[in-house]
Every structure is written in structure tokens, then in C-alpha cells.
Ligand binder design. Structure first.
Ligand code: GDP
Length: 302
């Protein structure tokens, strides 16, 4: 069975970790959010792509769900002592990956090509696909002006009111051919439990994605348990969109193309037609059970 996931950098990678126990990496494709990318100190940060590359190469720090395990921060610390305003802590190896990607991009490679090259070098055999090859950024309009999502979340820890969420781009985002053909060739698409506003919606906004999802069996997994996300600022962001920060809210964004919606057993409300499983992936075994439950449930769909 071939599965394509739509993913950000935390919730969906936790689910993919479970699917890796029952599928070969070669049969897993991941269309990844790139709206949190940024150029920083001459290198190119693509946090969600990095998390997936590190997951599949076995390097991911799964305590934090970002960065490389055991990485040091010598460069970061010295930049700080030079008086630089360093709010994003980047490990030394992590930074090396960002430097290599920056070079590939500056030499004219697309983000898809640069990712494929880095995956090859890191021994990743899953198919990791940026959602689009042009730059798009999730910015947050706050009382401090328009700031990059990373600045909102990492520097201000979401403790700053949101006036508006704004996607900024020069060229309207178009899904890459690789992303679209992976959707076409898959038996099943899984919209993982990632942040609906900053991780999944940017992918859905790439032209071609929603149309392709409508042609395939799609399972979506809620990133909410009760009225809270498991981690991150999804509540504040959903509030800014006037959508409830619960499974019902997430479902309202996905219902047009979703065949099966998964919510958590702890949710008090039950969405019509949805299935409830334990989605709180505290460890690899829970991720694997959730993956097995999803596979059992979709047997009829595919
Ligand atoms: P980001 O790119 O780091 O923001 O990561 P994602 O968007 O992929 O993941 C953040 C979302 O994952 C949050 O909305 C969390 O609620 C959700 N999440 C994290 N861990 C879990 C989990 O174990 N279960 C579920 N259902 N959602 C989770």
C-alpha cells in the first residue's frame, strides 16, 4: 500500500513514526508544509522538511520533535555572544543541513531538487516533497506589526495578540508536479494531526492539492484533544480564524475532501461519521496502534 501524508513538523511525524512500523519507507510519501521556511544567516531553514528528513534518517531528536539528537550549539552560542539577536536555536549539524540547502538553492536548484539531494545524502528512502517550489510565508499581524510565524511562536511564545494571519508570497503557490503525482499514485492520503492553520492549510492552499484530494480516499486525523491542541499555538491561531479549536473545527476545514475523520477517544463531542481512537501519541507503540487502527478502518475505502 502506498500512502501520502500531508504534514507539518510535529503531530504528523509522530503518526508517520507508527506507520514506518507497518510500511516500507519507499511506500511513504510526505507532502510537507514550507510556509515556515526562512533564510537565516545565509542558510535556508525549512523546519518541517528537516524534521521529516531527520525522522527517516533516524537522527531526529524525538524528545523535542525538532533538530538532531545529541547536536551541539557552539555556533549558536557564539553568535549570541557576538551580540546577534538569535531567537531560533539551531544546532551545529542542523545548521550544516541548512547551509547545504542554502547553497543548493542559490545555485539554482528547486526546493524539491535540493530536498531530494539532501535525502539521498542522508540515506532517506521515503519520498519527502515540499508542497511548492516558490517562497510562501505565514506571517502574523500583531501589535508589533507583521512578523514571521517563527518570531511569533519561538520569540514571543504566542504571548502576543493576533490581529490577522497572512500568507505572503510573490507567486501564488502551486503544488509541485512531484506532490501531485504522488497523490495520484497513492492508495490512501492521510492528512495528519498537524496544525490546521500553519501546517495543513498552506498545503491545501497550493493550487492542485484540493482537487487531487477529492479524487482519492482521504483520512484526516484531528490534532485536538477536547478543546486543546496537544502542543503548539493551534488554539490561538484557530481563534484568530473564528473556528473552534477542537476536532469539529478541524473537520470543518477538511470535510469537503475527507472520507474518514479520526478524532480522539477523549473528545466529549462525537462528529457524525467520525471514528474515535487513542490519538495521543506519547510513544512509538501508541503511534503504531493508531496506524494499525487507521489501516483496518480504511480497508473498505481502498
Ligand atoms: P509544527 O510544524 O511543529 O507546528 O507541527 P505540526 O503542525 O505538525 O504539529 C503541531 C500539531 O500537532 C498541534 O496542533 C498538536 O495538537 C498536534 N499534535 C502533536 N502531538 C500530537 C499527538 O500526539 N496527537 C494528536 N492528535 N495531535 C498531536
Amino acid at each position: 500500500m502506498k500512502i501520502t501524508f500531508l504534514s507539518g513538523g510535529t503531530g504528523t511525524p509522530k503518526l508517520i513514526r507508527g506507520f514506518r512500523k507497518i510500511l516500507n519507507d519507499e511506500d511513504i510519501s510526505v507532502i510537507v508544509n514550507t510556509a515556515e521556511d526562512m533564510w537565516i544567516y545565509g542558510s535556508h531553514l525549512s523546519p518541517d522538511i528537516d524534521t521529516l528528513m531527520y525522522l527517516f534518517s533516524g537522527m531526529l531528536d524525538t524528545d523535542r520533535w525538532w533538530g538532531i539528537k545529541g547536536d551541539t550549539t557552539v555556533t549558536n552560542d557564539f553568535l549570541k555572544s557576538l551580540g546577534e539577536d538569535v531567537y531560533l536555536t539551531l544546532g551545529d549539524k542542523d545548521r550544516a543541513v541548512n547551509i547545504a540547502r542554502g547553497r543548493l538553492l542559490r545555485e539554482g536548484k528547486t526546493l524539491t531538487e535540493a530536498t531530494s539531494e539532501l535525502c539521498r545524502r542522508l540515506g532517506v528512502s521515503a519520498n519527502i516533497l515540499p508542497m511548492c517550489d516558490t517562497e510562501i510565508t505565514t506571517n502574523i499581524l500583531t501589535e508589533k506589526g507583521l512578523i514571521h510565524f517563527q518570531e511569533y511562536w519561538v520569540k514571543h511564545r504566542a504571548n502576543i495578540g493576533i490581529r490577522k494571519i497572512k500568507r505572503t508570497f510573490k507567486i501564488s503557490p502551486i503544488a509541485t508536479n512531484d506532490a501531485l503525482s504522488s497523490l495520484k499514485q497513492s492508495d490512501l492520503i492521510i492528512v495528519g494531526p498537524s496544525n490546521p492553520v500553519t501546517s495543513i492549510s498552506p498545503i491545501l492552499e497550493c493550487s492542485g492539492i484540493i482537487q487531487s484530494l477529492k479524487e482519492k480516499p482521504v483520512v484526516a486525523v484531528s490534532p485536538f484533544i477536547g478543546d486543546k491542541p496537544v502542543s503548539g499555538p493551534a488554539k490561538e491561531l484557530m481563534d484568530a480564524w473564528n473556528i473552534p479549536s477542537n476536532s469539529k473545527g478541524a473537520y470543518s476545514l477538511y470535510r469537503d475532501f475527507t472520507d474518514l475523520f479520526i478524532q480522539d477517544i477523549r473528545d466529549s463531542e462525537t462528529i457524525e461519521g467520525a471514528v474515535k481512537f487513542d490519538t495521543l501519541m506519547l510513544n512509538e507503540n501508541i503511534s503504531k496502534s493508531l496506524a494499525e487502527n487507521i489501516i483496518k478502518e480504511v480497508r473498505e475505502l481502498i
